[in-house]
Design a protein around this ligand. Structure first.
Ligand code: FAD
Ligand code: NAD
Length: 152
């Protein structure tokens, strides 16, 4: 089975879109991710899967904390910025929750301490313990067959 067939198959699973954000040495780094899930209620755990080649790995390993920001339907540009799909440098304003940077106007921002990490093939799975969160009303940004979609 080739990579394209696997990606085509996985792309049939509709997801939301998140931006993972972490800070080290005063530098904030963001990365778009759709490999996100809720894991446990007691304790409150979530999981993200990050390619070992991504810069975000080193940032999370050094900071041991990160935020997961679930994007709303009108934040496609944020996803494109943090996936490197917009080439020119864009200034992004962050807010802080518990001292950690979050993306303004996200549907949800989860503030996490790294609880566990696991190597899985060419990705690292980070399980985060959620220590605080913000929720706002709105419609989500979705990702299906490699394309962004809005629900309304
Ligand atoms: P870079 O590629 O260096 O950074 C990402 C981009 O964010 C760059 O363009 C950079 O300029 C910009 N950026 C970073 N910080 C800031 C800042 N403070 N201000 C302004 N711009 C900034 N990959 C995975 O590993 N797991 C996934 O679950 C996943 N899901 C994805 C879902 C979607 C819908 C898409 C489109 C991509 C997904 N990717 C995923 C791929 C991943 O988003 C890209 O490969 C990304 O470029 C990897 O980021 P990086 O940490 O290597 O850093
Ligand atoms: P695509 O067709 O590459 O993605 C469709 C689906 O395939 C994704 O939703 C994901 O489930 C899976 N997928 C894609 N790349 C993967 C990878 N390296 N490891 C594990 N699963 C992967 O969609 P696209 O619009 O071409 O994606 C844009 C870029 O973002 C591509 O370079 C893609 O590789 C990357 N991406 C990576 C992941 C990931 O690492 N988990 C997830 C989504 C997109």
């Amino acid at each position: 089975m080739d990579n394209r067939m696997f990606r085509t198959a996985m792309g049939k699973f509709t997801t939301g879109v998140t931006v993972i954000v972490a800070e080290v040495d005063g530098q904030v780094h963001g990365m778009t991710a759709n490999a996100f899930m809720s894991v446990s209620l007691d304790p409150k755990l979530i999981l993200v899967s990050i390619d070992k080649k991504a810069k975000m790995n080193e940032v999370i390993q050094r900071s041991n904390q990160f935020t997961v920001n679930i994007l709303s339907g009108n934040q496609k540009e944020m996803s494109m910025i943090f996936a490197g799909q917009i080439k020119e440098d864009k200034q992004v304003e962050f807010e802080t929750v518990e001292g950690l940077p979050v993306i303004k106007d996200s549907l949800v921002s989860l503030v996490c301490n790294v609880y566990q990490d696991h190597e899985a093939g060419d990705h690292t799975l980070y399980i985060g313990e959620v220590i605080n969160l913000n929720v706002q009303d709105g419609d989500p940004l979705a990702f299906y067959e490699g394309k962004y979609m809005q629900m309304t």
